[in-house]
Design a protein around this ligand. Structure first.
Ligand code: NAI
Length: 338
């Protein structure tokens, strides 16, 4: 089968080439993201491989279906970028990579926490400039602090294991409690209790209608003063304007973001020679206590290897009429908050 791999990044291509070897399929890589103006590129390709920040709405899907595409292989876990109802109507099969390395994202959340807390990003620059002053670098000991984890699936569960290992107490929120997390010592509570008692809050739930702007003015007002907020889930789980308000008032002590509401217009590209037009994002960058990474939580060798292998299994499965059931994405999953 010929597969158009859209929105390809330099770092992932060798992993896909290796995973494809001997499969009999042909992968054609283009850097162009999938969207309404680029969908015609897929004409004649039975399968299209897309990423987390591609636009796969009804118009795009119509283009793809009318040009012969039958299978969308998402090389990511989240599927909020695709209109599943339209895909089903058009008879397109959709698969994803539900779990490739939850630990990689959990470890990145920890990296954001430790960097923000101990200010190693600022210390690095200072020391290189010959400034060995410690003023402004004081952090807090994480051992003994209360961490709130919103969403205790694969990534949230891996993060809880790390946090418990560091001596934190953990409050958790999830409509489907995870007994493994309870065994580790996490205590499931209502959202209000988590907001009121957590020194660190990590968002690890998917983006669904229920979690859209989960963290808004109201949620921030209930948080502990000086709280650290970490978001490695999806940008729209946080109302960025409310976040900026919380940072300006001092209610929020620090913020670590691997995702941003309007990241599709920014992330994965080099804008270092241009003027950033997104004023909200530009405002976020002015805070000394905000650390932003450009959606790199998944970026470990192990994770990319696993993404490539599972994507090829999905492609192979489609070609032989047997996509692994656990990787299929269907309309039934929309309301299920997965
Ligand atoms: P998962 O499906 O294993 O776990 C998600 C958990 O969130 C489930 O237990 C679910 O019940 C829970 N949940 C759903 N609605 C909720 C709500 N309203 N309140 C609290 N919890 C709720 O998913 P996984 O693998 O842990 O990934 C979580 C999210 O992380 C993904 O949906 C994706 O958006 C994001 N992600 C980010 C990456 C990055 O590179 N930054 C990479 C991979 C995933």
């Amino acid at each position: 089968m010929r597969v158009l791999v859209m929105n390809t990044k330099e770092f992932e291509r060798p992993f896909f080439e290796t995973a494809c070897q001997g499969s009999g399929h042909e992968l054609v890589f283009v850097e162009t993201p999938l969207g309404v103006h680029t969908a015609p590129l897929a004409a004649g390709y039975e399968a299209v491989c897309a990423f987390a920040n591609d636009t796969i709405d009804e118009t795009v899907l119509r283009h793809l279906a009318s040009n012969g595409t039958k299978f969308i292989a998402l090389r990511c876990a989240g599927f909020n970028q695709i209109d599943l109802v339209a895909a089903q109507k058009l008879g397109l099969v959709v698969a994803r990579v539900p779990a490739y390395s939850p630990e990689s994202v959990a470890e990145h959340a920890l990296a954001l926490m430790l960097t923000l807390n101990r200010k190693t990003h600022r210390a690095y620059i200072r020391v290189r400039e010959g400034n060995f002053s410690l003023d402004g670098l004081m952090g807090f000991t994480m051992n003994g602090k209360c961490a709130g984890v919103v969403g205790t699936g694969r990534i949230g569960g891996a993060l809880i294991e790390i946090l418990i290992g560091m001596g934190c107490s953990v409050l958790a929120v999830d409509p489907y409690p995870n007994t493994a997390c309870e065994r580790l010592g996490a205590r499931y509570v209502e959202m209000d209790e988590l907001l009121e008692h957590s020194d660190i809050i990590s968002l690890n739930c998917p983006l669904t209608p229920a979690t859209h702007h989960f963290i808004d003015d109201g949620a921030i007002s209930r948080m502990k003063a000086g709280v650290m907020l970490i978001n490695t889930s999806r940008g729209k789980v946080v109302d960025t304007n409310a976040l900026i308000g919380g940072l300006k008032s001092g209610k929020i002590g620090s913020v670590g973001l691997d995702v941003y509401e309007e990241e599709a217009d920014l992330f994965f590209r080099d804008f270092s020679e241009t003027v950033i037009q997104d004023d909200v994002f530009a405002r976020l960058l002015t805070f000394p206590n905000v650390l932003i990474t450009a959606h790199q939580g998944f970026l470990t060798r192990e994770a990319i290897q696993s993404i490539a292998a599972t994507t090829m299994r999905n492609i192979d499965g489609f070609a032989s009429g047997n996509v692994p059931t656990e990787n299929l994405v269907t309309t039934a999953m929309i309301a299920g908050a997965v």
